[in-house]
Design a protein around this ligand. Structure first.
Ligand SMILES: [Zn+2]
Length: 142
């Protein structure tokens, strides 16, 4: 059995997504947006049509729907008091798919509406998680 590692957010200062993690400390959720066409990506990357020119961090709604999830049975980071009950893929309303965890849900349902919440897991280390936003699940796009 391997030893859990410290949370990798301890070294965000030199990372391309440092602004995202700093915004989380202020309970703001950001995506990387193309100023030419509005396309959003996460993690920070380039627009498929316009490349890196004009890509900026922009405030996101913090809302989306559950795209997929799996249950976690092993603790991977020592910063978490308890292992997260799930690792979820959330489809943000802005488009990108992001990895996170869903908290405060009795059960998970495909396409359920979610909203971001923030959890402080250490000094100056705040991570985004998602919680049920209420309402009925979105229908699957065909
Ligand atoms: Zn673009």
């Amino acid at each position: 059995m391997s030893t859990p590692r410290p949370f990798p957010g301890d070294v965000v200062a030199d990372r391309a997504d440092a602004e995202f993690w700093h915004a989380c400390r202020s309970r703001r959720y950001l995506v990387f947006r193309c100023t030419t066409c509005g396309h959003t990506v996460w993690p920070a990357g380039s627009c498929p049509r316009h490349g890196m020119a004009g890509m900026v961090w922009a405030e996101a709604s913090g809302r989306g729907r559950l795209h997929s999830w799996t249950v976690v049975h092993q603790r991977y980071a020592t910063s978490f008091a308890d292992p997260p009950p799930n690792v979820a893929v959330v489809e943000l309303d802005e488009g990108p798919l992001v990895h996170s965890t869903v908290v405060g849900a009795e059960r998970l349902e495909l396409r359920m509406r979610l909203e971001v919440a923030f959890t402080e897991i250490g000094p100056d280390v705040v991570i985004p998680v998602f919680r049920p936003a209420g309402g009925t699940p979105d229908t699957l796009a065909v």
